[in-house]
Design a binder for this molecule. Sequence first.
Ligand code: PLP
Length: 454
Amino acid sequence: MNLDTQQHSVNVMLRQLSFIRSSLIPFSSYSPRTSPIPPTSIRSQTRATMSTTPIQNESTQQTQRPVQVAQRLEKFKTTIFTQMSILGNKHGAINLGQGFPNFDGPDFIKEAAIQAIKDGKNQYARAFGAPELNSAVASRFHQDTGLVIDPEREVTVTCGCTEAIAAAMLGLINPGDEVILFAPFYDSYEATLSMAGAKVKCITLRPPGFDIPLDELKAAVTSETRAILMNTPHNPTGKMFTREELEAIASLCIENDVIVFSDEVYDKLDFEMDHICIASLPGMYERTVTMNSLGKTFSLTGWKIGWAVAPPHLTWGIRQAHSYLTFATSTPMQAAAVAALEAPESYYTELKRDYSEKKEILVKGLKEVGFEVFPSSGTYFVVVDHTPFGFGDDVAFCEYLIKEVGVVAIPTSVFYLNPEEGKNLVRFAFCKDEETLRSAIERMKLKLKLKRVV
Ligand SMILES: Cc1ncc(COP(=O)(O)O)c(C=O)c1O
């Protein structure tokens, strides 16, 4: 990106920030002609509701109308990742918040995309995926799990894993169905379940190990439960579900006829133990939707190529939703995704070696700064306890960290149904080049130690 483009992006984000700020003033305190935009903090933005807030429009300053949003999305805010990145840009902070690499994906995949475009692969793809990509996904699934699946009937290509999640929820969950989540959870789960009209039940994973409280889970799964939505390796904690935990989930699901949605986008970032796909456990394939994407494994988060693998009776619902959400996803990128999935084993070995080094730099640095760092077995995230620095909660800490220290982290309270449960924790990402990680640690060493309460 050249400097002009970077400056342009920052300007666009700053304009968005000012829009977010202006659009979050409560309607009751709004006076169209005179009221200036009151100072707001990230906290007031995140906790505000948008359904009765005014809109700022340059051409109709006198006739603003409340922002409108359907009830099912009323409680959700601008995602925390966007908010933190915008604030981070404003303050020139180093972004260890949002989970995207600050380095590029491999040339062989980019070249495959360029070639596909030149070869004229530019019109709509088949709705459920270009045949070559469905086959490549099926063959990777076979290598990873030992299961033989039918690429034509059991693979659906989607716009990133985000769309796979949405299509699975909208295609397989009825209003009122109960779905169990593990908190902290990736933020799209709750919003998508809300769009599907599901009832959400939450089981909290607690530090230091973020183990699944199996007794709580057993008590939660009943004949009312339609599905469990899980994620391993787990964002934000880096926890990987153990075989014992997966077997416990599997036996509860089989006993109670529950389906599993398993988000495995970090499956290739399994450092401390081998990733286990729950669909590969006995009796589970027929009741599991396994969701994945290209973004994390190939450092191409902007490409948004994902997929859902499920038996035909579940694939049907997913494809129905997918047909009316996006219909099909980018044709040339699907062609390049085939090249990605055909990468030799050495690609994955190198990826893990690289990330292990980055992880070591970040974890060691965070410990030296004074954080309590919780063990992370997979993903490119680590979660720490920020309380040694004397802040009341994670949002206050992250605001200080951006504005005064110059580093972006993500407050984890937004990943819980009850934000109180996450208020001591913040997440750092190590999908950044080593110099960036070291600079962020240096900034924290300089400025954070001084604030420490002893
Ligand atoms: C757990 C999890 N699932 C899904 C996604 C989204 O994946 P994609 O970019 O392929 O839509 C993310 C991205 O951060 C994630 O962390």
